[in-house]
Structures are given as structure tokens and as C-alpha cells.
Design a protein around this ligand. Sequence first.
Ligand code: GUN
Length: 293
Amino acid sequence: MTAQLIDGKLIAQQVRDSVAAEVTKRTAAGKPKPVLATVLVGDRVDSATYVSAKGKACQELGMGSVNHHLPADINQADLEKVISELNADVEVSGILVQLPLPSHLNEERVLQLISIEKDVDGFSPINIGRLAQKGREPLFVPCTPFGCIYLLEQAGVKIEGANAVVLGRSNIVGMPAALLLIGKNATVTVCHSRTKDLPAVIRQADILIAAIGRTEMVRGDWIKPGAAVIDVGINSKPDASKKSGYRLVGDVNFDEAREVAGFITPVPGGVGPMTIAMLMKNTLRAAQIQQGE
Ligand code: GUN
């Protein structure tokens, strides 16, 4: 059996096209365009790359963006002042503080300060708390897990009643992914570095979301035949045949897993492009919320 590939690049483009069409409609009707404010603290190259990709996506979709690049040694009070100003700025629809922050800063206090109507990352305790509770709806769902579920749904994978295993329990991906799957009536197991007999647990999974950040950790014989495999990992692996000397691979051994799974996302071109697409969707939603729609 060879798994059906879930083309994240194509599905992300469809999401972006539909957001762009809605933005065009809004601006033609005289409404202000959605604006994303990003906050980047320090000089991490990976964070700077992500933030610039987010700003570029805004431009491509007809939205506005402003980036606040703050020094690595900024103090908590000055960073909080920037967030408060963005909360109060009526031209700003969404606020995104790129993580991780330098270790001297209190991430929890920063995320808590972002107004929930502008919390397009969905990381504020109120949005996460609502995601965790039955009968409550968050205003925004964190972008990467939102993208994972969207890919499953677009591929026609049935979530209700499925045994879902989430590998990794990070605040950004694993934990919100598990909460989303519970909300969609899957039976969910969350695995982590101290899980006993991980292969045996993963073999029960009709749906596997791998977000542990370990190069090709999940082997083909850990996969249940026919399972849907969503690989969130982006790891670099030495590869002498590449000019850069490396290539990107996921948390799942793709060549092995595709022979067993029913559906699988590639790396790159699977979950990766979905994160920004869902951020754009959330930013449009934020603009609508602020217009009382
Ligand atoms: N760092 C890694 N992923 C993310 C994300 O989705 N949002 C933010 N703000 N920071 C991140």
C-alpha cells in the first residue's frame, strides 16, 4: 500500500486564495484592510525568517503588516508597553509575538496581555482555556494545529471516533492539537519523552500527529496500516548531495511510513505552509470581529 499524499502546499494556497478574495471584497466595500502586527524580540535567524514570511504573506493577500523588531535585552515593562499600544491601536487587527522570547522575559505575562480579540496565534490563556472546555469556543485556534486538522478534514479523514495519537505536548502544537481532536470527538492519547513503549501506543493510532522535533523518529513499522499521518516536524538532516549540505525531514521516516499509512503529509510541503495560511485566516477573522461581524 502506498499512502495518499496530503498536499499542504496546494491546500494552503486554496486557503490563501479564499482569504485574499474576502479581503478584496472588504476593501472594495470601503472597510479597512486587516493588519497584522508582529513582534520580534532579538536576533534569532529562524524567528526573523518566520516573521518576514508572515509579513510577506500579508502583502500577497492584500493585508497590511507592521513589524516591531525589539532588542534582545529589552526589559519586560518596555515589551509590555509595546503590546499595550498595539492592543489600543484601532488600525491593528491581530498581534503576533514570535516565540520563543529571550529567557529573561516572562512569556506567560506577555501572552496574557494580548487582547483576546487580537490574539491571532490563539496562545492567550483565555483562548486556550476555551479550547479546553466543553461547549466553549475560542476566538482563535493556534495556527499549526488548526492547519493539521484542516488537512485531515480536506483529505476526508474521519476524526470522530478515531484513535488519535499526538506525539509531543508543546504549548504551540501538541497540546492544542490534542484539545482540538478531543473537541472533534476523537479518542486522544498524548505521548512524550517518558511514554512507555511508544511504538505500541502509536500502532493503535488511526490518526497520528507527530510534533516532537526528533529527526525521522517514527518508523514505518510503528504505523497502523491505513492510518493518517500528519508530520509537523521540520528537522535538518545532513545530505552531501545538497548544496547546503542538508535537507529538511520530519519526525516520521517518510519513505517507510508511506508504504504503510493511508494518508501522509510530506516534509517540506505538508503542515509547514498551513501555519501561515491559518494565520492569515485568523487575521481576517480578527478584522471581522473588530468590525462587529
Ligand atoms: N514559534 C514557533 N511557532 C510559532 C507560532 O506558530 N507562533 C509564534 N508566535 N511563534 C512561534
